[in-house]
Write a protein that binds this ligand. Structure first.
Ligand SMILES: *[C@@H]1O[C@H](CO)[C@@H](O)[C@H](O)[C@H]1NC(C)=O
Length: 190
């Protein structure tokens, strides 16, 4: 009887932990976009208090194949030109409405000087200085944040900021910066 309930409990836990919360957007894994292996690992302390929004300042993409290729190019650039251990961003938002996993929820990225240990960096693929990001991309990014809270990767009171608020950059672009200010999680005074 006792043995039975332990087996039942273990089964229950396995089922719970393998379930993806409903709030999660489609996240294309590293293997799906054919990522290179990371050359070293630095782990974050989750749940994290901040999400920092960037743009990639590359051409946009609108299909799984073109977005995957964009992300691969950015990873190559970060690893080969900057000698980083992996792509710098935690996640990407594609114009196809999918999220692409960079270093993910648990590994430290290289996206925002002095903020990498306390945040994840989410990069919108494209350039949003003079053009709004599409509704599809905005919704996918916002869902990713809700998903991170549900997974226990982000604090329930997580604050969202634009990279330009904490470093000398135009990222995520003037238009996208205005768009993220519509989110209730946006923080004006990080
Ligand atoms: C761009 O986004 C802003 C919100 O930041 C909105 O007020 C504006 O109408 C949008 N412009 C277009 C052309 O969709």
């Amino acid at each position: 009887m006792f043995k039975h309930s332990i087996i039942f409990l273990i089964h229950g836990l396995l089922i719970v932990s393998s379930e993806t919360p409903e709030s999660c957007p489609t996240i294309k894994s590293r293997s799906q976009w054919s990522a290179r292996e990371s050359t070293s690992h630095n782990y974050l302390i989750n749940p994290l208090p901040y999400v920092i929004i960037h743009h990639t300042v590359t051409p946009e993409c609108n299909t799984f194949s073109s977005c995957s290729s964009r992300v691969r190019n950015i990873q190559d650039y970060h690893m080969d030109e900057f000698q980083w251990s992996d792509v710098g961003f935690s996640f990407f938002v594609g114009g196809d409405g999918n999220i692409y996993e960079g270093v993910g929820w648990t590994e430290e990225g290289a996206h925002t000087y002095r903020w990498n240990k306390k945040s994840i960096g989410v990069a919108f693929i494209g350039s949003y200085q003079a053009k709004n990001a599409s509704e599809k991309m905005i919704n996918a990014a916002h869902k990713l944040i809700e998903c991170g809270i549900q997974l226990g990767m982000l604090r329930p009171n997580v604050k969202i900021i634009g990279a330009s608020q904490v470093s000398s950059t135009k990222s995520p672009g003037e238009k996208l910066f205005q768009q993220i200010q519509q989110w209730s999680e946006w923080e004006s005074d990080p």
